[in-house]
Write a protein that binds this ligand. Structure first.
Ligand SMILES: Cc1cc2nc3c(=O)[nH]c(=O)nc-3n(C[C@H](O)[C@H](O)[C@H](O)COP(=O)(O)OP(=O)(O)OC[C@H]3O[C@@H](n4cnc5c(N)ncnc54)[C@H](O)[C@@H]3O)c2cc1C
Length: 525
């Protein structure tokens, strides 16, 4: 994974025959499209202005799911599609996607039959791709599965199965899959303009954020997969176009695993604002969330609002024996959903009611734009995008290969008690690294599981260039314990500096920049 080599490759093809696909954006959507296009045999490049999954794709609830909530809203087609995609993803990345049991505690008499029925329909929609049956549970059984569930008024429960994963790790694995199949994929290269000839988009101008170099790339299909930022690219094509996206913020808080003390997750089917809330075990901690707050700013580092955090803690507290407080929060993070901008008719619609299905359009100039959807549906979104690009640009159809494509790291039945399991088949190479140098086997912080070898691996094999790339998205230190991640930052910077041949000034700058980012991931008590 030599970024310099890839950037040089880009510059050298500048005036060459050009690319079949230029994909803008390295989140779930763009990475999925790069994998799809390159495995169909297209010459493909992906450009990401920051780090892979830096925006929305590292800030999800970490569920691979059909979306029980969308079923409540009657969006059956969306749920069916997502449930099938859940099955493919579970099959193609078994090292990352696991079966997760969710338990709904019932406190009213009608809830058990109601949710058992609804969730049985959910199971039926999954068809052969189902992960297991939904079942009613006695009060005793609920308590034995979730010892920390609030018992006052508890009448019983219902369990159902969904998928659970690590979002930015899947992004890295998709990047590796794309590269292994021949794509050129680079981070910190942003698209600054579109090149047009005779009214058609034929290329992009780009800036390398690492050194300020600018250059041009030419291609047949230019795909805009920039999440909440799609309107910036659309305006480069047509300054008069109405906005396609309106962001909605979702916040999560992370607390210690003892708050659930279970491998099972809890689901609250109706919060006071009419949404669902999850408490999901993740890397030994529990993720609680989320919220749905319309916002005006399109930011790479959105800030959680105090009222969102209080709402999550208060709601979780109603369903748990130990009520989580602000001081218990190990990390808090916000993400922005690229929801469809309201039309005149839906002007008044609340963001929670705006459909989560994706939007795919091609403009008169041939620019293809895709946004919305879910992590779970990234593969089908990619398939539809490449199909539309072929049609728009008069290319002969080549069949999509990703339904059966094993994703980098593929390994069945990983040992989930070993924190390195998420590397899948790469785990053994990290162990080899640890054996090659006693320093590499050392942990970087007493409260976090990560070792020096993982940092070395992230730089050598996963295109990590900054401290934030490593601590936020290669290992999930920032999301698991923000304060601890700041404490380990100088040690990580020193390991990276050695790998990247950087000096002390670079280390200090990195620690400063990282600390400024990480400040927003913990709460002042
Ligand atoms: C709170 C929350 C919870 C969620 N939970 C789930 C869940 O549990 N399960 C699920 O399936 N889905 C979930 N989702 C949805 C899922 O996270 C998103 O659908 C998905 O991550 C969107 O990916 P994306 O690639 O479209 O956007 P992004 O991840 O935002 O990627 C877009 C990329 O484009 C880049 N970019 C922008 N402009 C340029 C430019 N000019 N040049 C180059 N690059 C550029 C950005 O830097 C960014 O990295 C959740 C979303 C949120 C907000």
């Amino acid at each position: 994974m030599d970024r310099t080599h890839y950037v040089n490759q880009l510059k050298n093809t500048e005036n060459g025959s050009g690319w079949d696909f230029i994909v803008i954006g390295g989140g779930a959507t763009g990475l999925g499209i790069a994998v799809d296009a390159v495995t169909r045999g297209y010459k493909t490049v992906l450009l990401e202005q920051a780090d892979f999954a830096k925006a929305t794709s590292s800030r999800s609830t970490k569920l691979v799911h059909g979306g029980v909530r969308y079923l409540q809203q009657g969006d059956v087609a969306l749920v069916r599609e997502a449930l099938h995609e859940r099955g493919y993803l579970r099959r193609n990345a078994p090292h990352l996607v696991k079966n997760q049991r969710f338990i709904i505690g019932n406190y009213l008499w009608w809830e058990k039959p109601f949710y058992t029925l609804g969730l049985t329909f959910y199971d039926l929609l999954a068809g052969r791709m189902g992960l297991g049956r939904s079942l009613p549970m006695s009060k005793k059984s609920v308590i034995s599965h979730i010892p920390q569930i609030e018992r006052k008024g508890l009448k019983g429960g219902v369990s159902y199965q969904d998928g659970q994963f690590d979002d930015s790790r899947l992004a890295i694995n998709l990047l590796q899959t794309a590269v292994e199949n021949g794509a050129t994929v680079v981070n910190y290269v942003g698209v600054t303009g579109l090149i047009k000839e005779n009214g058609k988009v034929t290329g992009v101008t780009v800036a390398d954020k690492m050194n300020g170099d600018t250059f041009e790339l030419k291609g047949k299909c230019i795909v805009n997969a920039t999440g909440i930022f799609v309107d910036d690219i659309i305006r480069m094509d047509n300054p008069l176009k109405k906005p396609m996206v309106r962001p909605s913020q979702g916040v999560h808080v992370v607390v210690d695993g003892s708050f659930l003390n279970s491998d099972d997750a809890i689901m609250v089917p109706k919060t006071s604002d009419g949404r669902v809330m999850f408490g999901v075990p993740w890397h030994g901690r529990v993720i609680l969330g989320t919220t749905d707050t319309p916002v005006k700013k399109f930011e790479m580092e959105p800030k959680p609002l105090d009222e969102e955090v209080d709402f999550i803690l208060e709601t979780a507290g109603r369903y748990l024996v130990r009520k989580p407080q602000r001081k218990d929060v190990l990390s808090v993070f916000a993400g922005l959903r690229p929801l469809a901008a309201p039309t005149k008719h839906s002007e008044e619609a609340k963001t929670k009611e705006i459909s989560r299905s994706h939007k795919l359009v091609s403009s008169e100039s041939g620019l293809i734009t895709i946004t919305g959807g879910k992590w779970t549906t990234y593969r089908i979104m990619a398939e539809e995008t490449v199909d539309l690009a072929e049609k728009t640009h008069g290319m002969a159809h080549k069949p999509c290969k990703t339904r059966q494509l094993k994703i980098h790291g593929y390994k069945t039945n990983p040992d989930r008690n070993d924190h390195l399991y998420i590397y899948g088949c790469d785990r053994d190479k990290i162990i080899e690294l640890e054996k090659s140098n006693p320093e590499y086997a050392k942990k970087l912080h007493p409260n976090l599981e990560f070792t020096v070898a993982e940092v070395v691996w992230a730089v050598r094999e996963e295109m990590a260039l900054t401290l934030d790339d490593v601590l936020a998205r290669r290992v999930r230190a920032l999301y698991l314990n923000a304060k601890a991640s700041i404490e380990m930052a100088p040690a990580v910077a020193s390991v990276m500096a050695e790998e990247l041949n950087k000096d002390k000034n670079w280390e200090e700058e990195q620690v400063k920049e990282y600390t400024a980012i990480a400040q927003n991931y913990f709460l002042s008590s």
